[in-house]
Ligand binder design. Structure first.
Ligand code: PMP
Length: 423
């Protein structure tokens, strides 16, 4: 019979090493917030396939919608023969994305593709080529998205310099000594040293940095960015690939920021485990690209559209935004109690159910504990993820549909794993 060790050995000889794997575990089956491996071991899933499973593994409604679509057709390519579900997803997103203006949407497959296309639209609309992105930002692994990603190792290590015309501003983060004023000053510095505002097409940021460490932008910072963009005719892009689809307690995190972006990217949990991404933005901005300039063979696949429509329904039926805030409060309370016991936990933070802890020891990021904590948790039946520019953050992305008992069991394992790792 198959073993994790045996599959790991085959993986090592068959799969390119650039494709990493956090846990040496191979999945047999999964349901809601539980995963079973090929050896029959059961795990509580606090990773959710990296923020993809806000509605859990194989939500019955999502599964039924995809199964029904599979009986009808799986692919025509929306650029060849249309289908209603693509339009329905766009109509829904035009409503759900914040912003009091007419909107249009285009669908793709991955978050990286959404980012690439957001930049293409901003360039076409402004007739400018520069983009400002932030330290610790993560926008994907395709070439333009990678150029925007604010962390070299491991993402672009060994690949040479990335595409030009990307300028790096500082993301505000009080814990690491970057104030909002510092962050704004870093943009002014770009305007002074590197590029005129009239050469900048877009400013792109995550309302809450995901891979970067779950650092949230404040509404006041977002308002200052919005004002700066308005002053200079720059397109503001909110990358909501990780924050979107309800993770932060509102369907999009920008709802809590007091201002709207011109273009919003979404992916991951929007289709509950099926590959779908997209960009929604001001109609006049989105229409800056002429027919044929946006799209892709699989963009807005019928199976993924069926899944997304089901996810949006499930959010309403099961009141998952309320649930996200409940889950977030539960996680925050428990982790704050653990912070009192373990001095290495410097901060418990997050928005809605997008919660993380950051480890600091002797004033320095304590990344060394993360692999140990992940391994200790895994041995006890909990799948966790780390993140952060310094690799010293443990994040929780548990399905919002997870039962309380399982969240509590997961938290208990986290506490045991901290104790084991710190002692
Ligand atoms: N943007 C953000 C904010 C993300 O978190 C991610 C994925 N972690 C991406 C873009 C890239 O998405 P994908 O991996 O689907 O290309």
């Amino acid at each position: 019979s198959k073993t994790n060790e045996g599959l790991m050995a085959r993986r090592q000889s068959a799969v390119a090493q650039g494709v990493g794997q956090i846990h040496p575990i191979f999945t047999e089956r999964a349901e809601n917030s539980t995963v079973w491996d090929v050896e029959g071991r059961e795990y509580i899933d606090f990773a959710g396939g990296i923020a993809v499973l806000n509605t859990g593994h194989l939500h019955p409604k999502v599964k039924a919608a995809v199964a029904a679509q599979l009986e009808a057709f799986s692919h025509t390519c929306f650029m060849v023969l249309g289908y209603e579900s693509y339009i329905q997803v766009c109509e829904k997103l035009n409503q759900l994305v914040p912003g009091d203006f007419a909107k249009k949407t285009a669908l793709f497959t991955s978050g990286s593709e959404a980012v690439e296309n957001a930049v293409k639209v901003a360039r076409a609309y402004t007739k400018r080529a520069g983009v400002i992105a932030f330290t610790s930002g993560y926008h994907g692994r395709t070439m333009a998205a990678l150029a925007l990603t604010g962390k070299v190792a491991p993402y672009s290590k060994g690949m040479g310099l990335m595409a030009a015309n990307v300028f790096r501003a500082e993301f505000p983060c009080e814990l690491h000594g970057v104030s909002e004023d510092d962050a704004m000053a870093s943009i002014e510095r770009i305007f002074k040293n590197d590029a005129e505002p009239s050469d900048i097409a877009a400013i792109i940021l995550e309302p809450v940095q995901g891979e970067g460490g779950f650092y949230a932008a404040t509404p006041s910072f977002m308002k200052r960015l919005r004002a700066l963009c308005d002053e200079h005719g720059i397109v503001l892009i909110a990358d909501e690939v990780q924050t979107g689809a309800g993770r932060t307690g509102t369907f999009f995190a920008m709802e809590q920021m007091g201002v709207a972006a011109d273009i919003t990217t979404f992916a991951k949990s929007i289709a509950g485990g099926f590959p779908l991404s997209g960009i929604t933005g001001k109609a006049e901005v989105m229409d800056a690209i002429t027919a044929g300039g946006l799209g892709g063979t699989y963009g807005g696949s019928p199976l993924a559209c069926a899944a997304a429509l089901a996810v949006i329904e499930v959010f309403e039926e099961e009141q998952l935004l309320t649930r996200a805030n409940e889950v977030g409060a539960k996680l925050k309370t428990a982790l704050t109690q653990m912070q009192a016991k373990f001095s290495q936990i410097a901060e418990v933070r997050g928005l809605g159910a997008m919660i993380a802890i950051e480890l600091i020891e002797n004033g320095k990021p304590a990344a060394q504990y993360c692999p140990k904590i992940l391994a200790e948790a895994r041995d006890r039946g909990l799948i966790l993820l780390s993140c952060g520019t310094y690799g010293n953050v443990i994040r929780v992305l548990v399905p919002l549909t997870a039962p309380d008992e399982q969240i509590e069991a997961g938290l208990a394992i986290m506490e045991q794993s901290f104790a084991a790792a710190f002692n």
